[in-house]
Design a protein around this ligand. Structure first.
Ligand SMILES: NC(=O)c1ccc[n+]([C@@H]2O[C@H](COP(=O)([O-])OP(=O)(O)OC[C@H]3O[C@@H](n4cnc5c(N)ncnc54)[C@H](O)[C@@H]3O)[C@@H](O)[C@H]2O)c1
Length: 437
């Protein structure tokens, strides 16, 4: 964004948006309309879940004729809004994105763009041909502190960037929730873990590397611990009737019921009752009968719990990325950037730059006005900033406000597919030379 938000809002007209997929992300982005009712209005919703679409209809006072069970019903109509927020599951990204682009809607598309390189390309091509704006949900690009890392690199504070080390600690209960029991546990149903969880991170590394192209990539990873062999003796198939539940850190009773008892009904509790509001009764019933009550050692999960990616960029810049499930921190990324003049470290709270010449450390922080806006503090306020940029871009017909636009996002997604291919095929992948990519 080249302008601050007060400048933008005074220039902007009201943007009408359609929410496709009124789940966690769709509802979250929809909140922007409550914060800035003069800038965004949700005029339509599509979701096969009656509970979700009715909730959104009521929240945003959407007319009955604009409430749909499927996104396909919307594209059958003449265009009636400016933009669409596509927040459907990973495997339902490409078809709606291409269809809405052809109808002339500007698009905010949740990450990952799509689950194959071919589909990612098709989306970019459709948007380019239709002349519509595309913003991908790479929210971290909009995190003020993460943005500062790039500004500091570009200002030369560490000199030439030589090596980037980046860690994504997923969080032990977050991983169990999303990637063992939940929607992203099985590649055939969603996508592989590096794409689902870490396309953000590979995108950041690529961004920090600047104009340098990644030339080689290797990756290793596996599904550790969350396998049948690790199941403790005497454990049941569901936590609600497991005799060793009290000694299991991944117990669904601890992750969900204990939270409801403490009055916490937001994520991850909110996810497990898809057709009602969460309370003790509905959560307990979900654990008795639904996927989130399963023993973590008895699920159909096949996505990596730990994965490393090594990259070599033009000019010899190297980068090492790790994603690991077994952490106390939940998505509090940690990064060190080693340069010819200094070392920059980031721990999700502040940036420290150690200057080799002066041998002094300078600390940098960034404030986010988003944090005070209830409901859009997700990803350290970055969700708010992503929406702010997208709505401003549409209102002002200015794609330069979007940091997660089609070209760069496509390149970083292709790198993710190449890294995963290295892991699966057990070899170094030379970027861009591969059939099928
Ligand atoms: N940017 C981020 O950091 C971030 C974080 C979490 C999830 N995501 C991504 O956002 C997307 C949505 O995730 P979520 O957590 O909101 O999932 P969710 O399951 O809560 O929501 C998805 C919604 O899409 C609806 N849907 C399914 N088929 C549909 C159809 N044909 N038409 C309209 N709606 C349909 C579902 O009923 C559901 O309500 C996923 O691709 C996910 O990977 C991104």
């Amino acid at each position: 964004m080249g302008q601050n938000s007060s400048q933008v809002s005074s220039m902007s007209s009201l943007v009408h948006v359609i929410v496709v997929g009124a789940g966690c992300r769709g509802e979250n982005y929809g909140q922007f309309a409550f914060i800035h009712p003069q800038r965004m209005k949700v005029v339509a919703v599509a979701d096969p879940r009656k509970f979700a679409r009715t909730k959104m209809q009521q929240q945003h006072k959407i007319e009955d004729k604009n409430v749909f069970e499927d996104w396909k019903n919307i594209v059958e109509r003449e265009k009636f809004a400016d933009a669409v927020l596509i927040c459907t599951p990973d495997r339902i990204h490409k078809d709606p994105a291409v269809a809405f682009a052809k109808k002339g809607y500007h698009i905010l598309l949740e990450k990952p763009m799509a689950t194959t390189a071919e589909d990612c390309r098709a989306i970019v091509e459709a948007c380019t041909q239709a002349g519509v704006m595309l913003s991908v949900g790479h929210v971290l690009r909009y995190d003020p502190l993460i943005h500062k890392i790039k500004e500091l690199i570009d200002a030369g504070v560490v000199g030439d960037v030589i090596h980037i080390q980046h860690l994504e600690p997923v969080g032990f209960y977050h991983f169990a929730h999303s990637f063992v029991r939940g929607n992203w546990r099985n590649e055939a149903e969603s996508s592989f873990a590096l794409l689902a969880k870490s396309c953000h991170d590979i995108d950041l590394i690529h961004h920090w590397a600047g104009a340098r192209r990644c030339v080689k990539v290797t990756s290793f990873g596996s599904v550790s611990h969350f396998r049948k062999e690790s199941k403790p003796t005497g454990a049941g198939d569901r936590c609600v009737d497991c005799s060793v539940e009290g000694t299991c850190p991944y117990s669904a009773c601890k992750i969900y019921v204990d939270r409801v008892k403490r009055g916490h009904t937001g994520w991850p509790v909110s996810v497990i009752c898809p057709n009602s509001l969460p309370d003790i009764e509905s959560v307990t019933e979900a654990l008795r009968s639904g996927p989130y009550g399963r023993c973590v050692y008895e699920c159909d999960n096949d996505v990596c719990s730990n994965q490393v990616v090594n990259m070599e960029f033009e000019g010899g810049l190297t980068a090492a990325f790790s994603m690991v499930a077994f952490t106390e921190d939940v998505c509090q990324r940690k990064t060190t950037i080693y340069g010819s003049k200094g070392e920059m470290s980031y721990d999700s709270k502040e940036i420290c730059v150690f200057d080799f010449l002066t041998q002094r450390t300078t600390k940098h922080t960034a404030s986010s006005e988003a944090l005070k806006h209830y409901g859009m503090a997700g990803h350290g306020g970055a969700d708010y900033h992503l929406m702010n940029a997208f709505i401003s871009a549409v209102a002002n017909n200015d794609p330069s406000m979007i940091r997660s636009g089609p070209e760069e996002t496509l390149i970083s997604h292709l790198l993710v597919f190449e890294a995963e291919r290295s892991r699966v095929e057990g070899r170094v992948v030379y970027c861009g030379d591969s059939a099928g990519q």
